[in-house]
Design a protein around this ligand. Sequence first.
Ligand code: DX5
Ligand code: ZN
Length: 228
Amino acid sequence: MNKINKLSTTDILVAPSILAADFANLGAEIANSQKANSDMIHLDVMDGHFVPNLTMGPALVSAIRSYSTLLFDAHLMISNPLKYINEFVKAGADHITFHVECDNDINEVIAEIKKHNISAGISLKPDTDVEEIIPYLKDLDLVLIMTVEPGFGGQSFMHDQVAKIERLKEEIAKLDHDVYIQVDGGIDAETAKIVAKAGATVMVAGTSVYRNELGMTQAVAEIKNALN
Ligand code: DX5
Ligand code: ZN
């Protein structure tokens, strides 16, 4: 069974994005986010080509793997995901999400991820029509709706992306399996309420979790409370 299928499909799950963590203390930051009741660790991989920023590669993922038993959720913001899936799986990724706007054949990328017996997700940029994802839903475990332009942490939540969640939920209901709806960008206790109401259950949060003055445990708890 894929690691993601052991997680609830109805509870709100929190996936701290380590992009907002202290890179000089990544091991401890990841261990702390597990102690704070997070559900997975979100790894933002950027290639300086698909998005105008460079972040981490398989060597870093491998170096931090032993600091948490949580699911490692790799978000590949790269032009050629096909080339690197094997490397990220070897490094310890338990789930891989790539972008529908990438240069590869989408079905080929999904097949390559599934070949490694891990779960597969597709993401889309704010300007991309959600209808582009629908044909692939039957083969996916997760869809990631970007609620900021991918590339950097700390941006403001884009309210105009919420309708995509509702549309996806409608299509997922027609399938014979569940697909997690994940959101990423500007998520905090307040915006989590908006996306949870629309049907998203997996909340990626960087700044609001790692840089919260109330501490990580409280930050995670507040996001998890989004439906109450
Ligand atoms: C943006 C990344 C996000 C981002 C989230 O390209 O995919 O994961 O770091 O950070 P916050 O929560 O700070 O918007
Ligand atoms: Zn991300």
